[in-house]
Design a protein around this ligand. Structure first.
Ligand SMILES: Cc1cc2nc3c(=O)[nH]c(=O)nc-3n(C[C@H](O)[C@H](O)[C@H](O)COP(=O)(O)O)c2cc1C
Length: 393
């Protein structure tokens, strides 16, 4: 595949050399475009030597005389990858500014856009960057979250350029669209639920919705129509998915049951609250020095009810947030909810489960067979899960 690698003026620009080499090792053609600022860190000559291709900087650079490079390269690209992407370049990409070669190429290309931000953590959490993130993701761009840790300026936080293998994996994911789920509808429940206590307060849990978003993206890349019944989650869902927002477990159950008859797959990854306050107050409960008792009622089993409403043959996969796991207990859940498989998620691990970027699951099928995944990014894991389930049909 043909990748345009845009490098902007981040201290992480030198990492783009290894990235270019690794992408080439995977069989891709890589053509590099630098911003002016990037030239303070790396040179066109370096990338030309590494890639064997001309490297563009100026909007009027024209390696093939008479052929406008910004159009030529943009048309030929299968992916525009901006890595590292500075706060400045991200803002320009979000607003369609085309005042240098890199941003002009991005505007001129219809290829998917993937950005890999790298910057100081304060910059990364600034309103302008957050707004650019929202705009680009709403437009369907792939936004790879930077890693958390010590950054070049000595601060600690989110903003580090991710490991090369993580970026390469994401690139492979975006480029390896398949039609394995073409013509099929995948219904996903995602995120936490919020159970009102009064008009200002609610009970909820730590689910970020990242795994649900990753499953939605993976199913879309495999050609499916995707419907997500989503609680109030922080992770952004892909724009190509049909999103049904809900707040409570009861709302989630109602919408899942309504959509289930049209689904070929049902994936229950939402962290549905087990209980809800019995009689939420219509006003705001006042503070007092007396203890407050909250009566809680059990919530419905959203996934079990959705599966019961589905057509025979619908494949149903549930996620079980377990601390440690017992195959007998899982087998019981499989039976009770009438599922094809359960993805057992150890939420006690630091790099697995709630809020983390990575995850590791064990899939247990109805016949008792179990397959454990490696620890990988949630998007890689989502693809793995669908492929495992498909390989058993
Ligand atoms: C030493 C140094 C390191 C920098 N590192 C970053 C960085 O990692 N991320 C970022 O967004 N900006 C960084 N900047 C600021 C950008 O280079 C600056 O905003 C520039 O205008 C970006 O231009 P470009 O987006 O066209 O490359 C750095 C600046 C300097 C002087």
């Amino acid at each position: 595949m043909r990748i345009i690698l845009g490098v902007s003026g981040s201290v992480a620009a030198y990492r783009a050399c290894d990235l270019a080499r690794e992408l080439m090792r995977q069989g891709h053609q890589v053509r590099v475009c630098l911003t002016d600022s990037a030239q303070n860190f790396v040179t066109p000559a370096l990338f030309e030597a590494l890639t064997g291709q001309p490297c563009l900087v100026d909007t009027f650079d024209e390696p093939d005389r008479g052929r406008m490079a910004h159009i030529d390269w943009a048309r030929a690209a299968d992916l525009v990858l901006v890595a590292p992407a500075t706060a400045n370049t991200l803002a320009k990409l979000a607003h369609g500014v085309a005042d240098d070669m890199l941003t002009t190429l991005a505007v001129a290309s219809q290829a998917p856009l993937m950005v890999v931000p790298a910057m100081n953590p304060t910059m990364y959490s600034s309103p302008g960057v957050l707004q650019a993130r929202g705009i680009l993701m709403d437009r369907g761009a792939e936004w790879l979250e930077p890693s958390t840790g010590d950054v070049a300026c000595g601060e600690n936080g989110q903003g580090k350029f991710p490991p090369i293998e993580v970026i390469v994996h994401e690139v492979q994911e975006v480029l390896s669209r398949s039609n394995q789920l073409a013509g099929q509808t995948v219904l996903i429940s995602s995120g936490p639920t919020q159970e009102p206590i009064d008009i200002a307060r609610y009970l909820t849990n730590r689910s970020s919705g990242k795994m649900g978003a990753a499953l939605a993206r993976a199913a879309l890349r495999m050609g499916a129509r995707v419907i997500v019944v989503a609680g109030p989650q922080r992770a952004r869902l892909p724009v190509e998915a049909e999103i049904i927002p809900v707040q409570t477990a009861i709302e989630m159950r109602d919408r899942m049951v309504e959509m289930a008859p049209g689904a070929d797959w049902i994936v229950g990854v939402a962290a549905v609250a087990d209980y809800r306050p019995a009689s939420p107050s219509l006003g705001k409960i006042r503070r007092s020095s007396e203890p407050l008792q909250l009566e809680l009622l059990p919530n419905p089993d959203v996934l079990a009810e959705a599966v019961a409403a589905a057509r025979p043959g619908t494949r149903a996969i549930g996620f079980a947030a377990e601390v440690g796991d017992d195959p007998e207990v899982i087998a019981g859940k499989l039976e009770r909810k009438n599922l094809s498989a359960i993805a057992i998620n150890d939420v006690a691990g630091a790099e697995t489960g709630f809020e983390s970027e990575t995850n590791q699951i064990t899939l247990q099928f109805r016949d008792g067979e179990r397959i454990a995944s490696e620890k990988m990014s949630k998007s890689a894991l989502a693809r793995w899960l669908f492929e495992q389930a498909l390989s058993r049909s």
